[in-house]
Design a binder for this molecule. Structure first.
Ligand code: GLN
Length: 512
């Protein structure tokens, strides 16, 4: 196997036995980026010098045997036998990780794929970035996205599009398309994305990798540039489920800097996987929402992959039950009122006064605001700001924003009821495999409708995973979505792991 192909677990093993160094691993990724990224466009910026320096430090630590240190003894140097990953002080020592360019990185440009922040360099790290660095990870670069995470194809980036590594005529999905493409094309070992309505799960599905959107509140949003604050969550995009569990253990936990961060215990997500047996899922109940599968426009290849995944889970002893999510028809409409409303408020800060782009030809303050925003924001972001401002304005608030929040409460209730009869809920991630570049970009409504299976999870604050479960007739990957109750990431990880190991399609790479 090549260094760029390794999972986190494999890379950790190789680093430990000194088969290769972290510098070798980072150089392999940088070579790969050099060779491929001109075409794929997964990255907005690559921090080659910073990554090499961090890799050297990691190698030094490995030489000092610090990779064996446990959390409570980071400063001492004794080796204990309890080597559970989440007990380690540096669970990601020397591992090259990429970050969606919506996460603040101290001293490294954070653009949100927007011209308005083209030259913005934050003075602090997002909490998740500090957590990754503290765990020993090497930050290799910042990945492309739909501007401010608004989109489903990464075509809305203010800089360039990202291509799907499986077929470059197709989109990688979005908005974390850069992170998913970077993992899929092996230009990093793992990445972080963000998910407001599906932006981790849908690109993971389209690029044939694993993506987890954690429960709302599970991961700190401090230092994440907000799109829709009541829906945004940060999560891992990785080559397999175990890697996702490892990453999740690093980034979860209470953060006093984020008032919505939940103060709940974080279990060892990898523990259930190391002890996984063929009958481990026996007795688990999977709900299938009847409204999802009767949906018009479900691609036959997606339906087939879904049915195949369902059968596989059944073989593992998972019992299928029908559940109902009656508000499904209203979810897209409600989301596309709530998310733009929050966005219109969040994005008001980019006014040309405090930071970011400022138009210099304006006659007065109002003119400066107008010109800065018109030049700085792309068409989709402007559309969302206008929609959101309208939905929140006096006289329309009750009719639009108010009603959408009522639908949201009903969606949450639907899930609560559904989870009375099941432990997980399964569905396709998206109605179709990846679509062609340019196919939906001029038709926002069609683009919005592709989020139908993912955005209810955000409205209800639940965790969800996308696990590769098949390929379309055009050889494009298809993922299965598994959702669970609040804070039950363990259930989606266990079911996802069972599926991954039984289907045997993990570690299939695009031919590039
Ligand atoms: N496609 C959805 C949107 O454009 C979701 C985006 C996301 O999850 N960031 O709002």
């Amino acid at each position: 196997m090549y260094l760029h192909e390794l999972t986190i677990q494999q890379a950790k093993k190789g680093l430990e036995i000194k088969d290769f160094s972290s510098v070798d691993l980072v150089n392999a990724m940088l070579d790969r980026i050099e060779k491929l990224d001109g075409d794929i466009g997964a990255y907005i910026s690559v921090d080659a010098d910073g990554a090499r320096k961090a890799a050297l430090e990691a190698d030094q630590r490995i030489s000092n045997k610090e990779h064996l240190l446990l959390k409570d003894e980071c400063s001492s140097n004794n080796n204990k036998t309890d080597r559970k990953i989440n007990a380690l002080c540096y669970p990601l020592l020397g591992i090259p990780v990429a970050l969606k360019d919506l996460l603040c990185t101290r001293g490294l440009k954070t653009t949100c794929a927007s011209k308005i922040l083209e030259n913005f360099v934050p003075q602090y790290d997002a909490t998740v970035v500090s957590m990754l660095k503290n765990a020993g990870a090497v930050i290799i670069g910042k990945t492309n996205l739909d501007e401010f995470a608004m989109g489903s194809s990464t075509e809305n980036s203010g800089f360039h599009i990202t291509r799907n590594p499986w077929n470059r005529d197709y989109v990688p999905g979005g908005s974390s398309g850069g992170s998913a493409a970077a993992v899929s094309a092996q230009m990093c070992t793992a990445a972080l994305g963000t998910d407001t309505g599906g932006s981790i799960r849908q690109p993971a599905s389209h690029c044939g990798v694993v993506g987890i959107k954690p429960t709302y509140g599970r991961v700190s949003r401090y230092g994440l540039v907000s799109y829709a604050s009541s829906l945004d969550q940060i999560g891992p995009i990785t080559r397999d489920v175990t890697d996702a569990a490892i990453m999740l253990n690093v980034i979860c936990g209470h953060d006093p800097l984020d008032s919505t961060s939940a103060n709940v215990e974080v279990p060892d997500f990898t523990a259930a996987l190391t002890q996984f047996e063929t009958d481990s899922l026996k007795g688990m109940r999977a709900g299938i929402p009847k409204e999802f599968l009767s949906l018009k426009g479900l691609d036959p290849d997606v339906e087939q992959a879904f049915n195949n995944a369902k059968k596989t889970l059944e073989k593992l002893g998972v019992e299928m039950v029908e559940v109902s999510l009656p508000q499904t028809d209203y979810a897209v409409a409600a989301y596309y009122v709530i998310a733009p409303s929050e966005a219109s408020s969040n994005l008001a800060r980019f006014d040309g006064v405090r930071y970011g782009l400022r138009d210099t030809e304006a006659n007065d303050l109002i003119d400066m605001y107008k010109k800065t925003k018109s030049k700085g924001f792309g068409a989709e972001v402007q559309r969302r700001i206008i929609t959101g401002t309208y939905a929140l304005s006096a006289g329309y608030y009750d009719a639009y924003y108010g009603r959408a929040t009522k639908v949201r409460a009903m969606i949450r209730d639907d899930f609560t009821r559904a989870f009375e009869s099941c432990d997980i809920i399964i569905s396709p991630v998206a109605p179709t495999p990846a679509f062609k570049i340019g196919e939906n970009i001029d038709d926002p409504l069609t683009m919005y409708l592709t989020d139908i299976f993912t955005l209810s999870t955000n409205m209800a604050g639940l965790p969800g995973i996308s696990v590769p479960c098949g390929f379309s007739s055009k050889e494009l990957p298809i993922g299965l979505q598994i959702m669970a109750n609040r804070f039950d990431e363990m259930a989606i990880i266990r079911a996802g792991y069972g599926l991954e190991h039984t289907l045997g399609i993990k570690q299939k790479f695009p031919d590039i």
